[in-house]
Ligand binder design. Sequence first.
Ligand code: DQA
Length: 147
Amino acid sequence: TSILILNGPNLNLLGTRQPEVYGSETLSDVEKMCKTHGQALDIDISCLQSNHEGALIDALHAAKSKFKGVVLNAGAYTHTSVALMDAIASVSLPVIEVHLSNIHARETFRHKSFIAPVALGQICGFGSHGYILAIDALVKHLAGSTA
Ligand code: DQA
């Protein structure tokens, strides 16, 4: 099984970006943790980050033929992008939405997610551990059991 970890805008700045909100680990730390976890589960983890909406859409299109599922932190595009929502609906790949912070405990504009209606589920508020939870949920889903 192969899973894509896709991160959106400003997540390249993890570690230095508002560490009180997003933690002190860098994106590279988070990606390494995901890959290590993948090895333990005997699954292939690939990681990609882009600050560009179109590049994220291209990555989702390309993921269809390369991966069994996607863990997506779309950053602020979560709250704005009908195009990303349409891309997820178009590729019919299981996508799990992740946010480091609890978006529902923050500003009202972060409560709305365009990703949530087309995602398998949403994990938020657990920091970088959310990516691990998402990988586990995706693996379990792909194995045919969501219980
Ligand atoms: C985020 C939450 C978003 O509201 C914000 O725009 C981000 C990061 C998170 O991981 O908590 O860029 O997706």
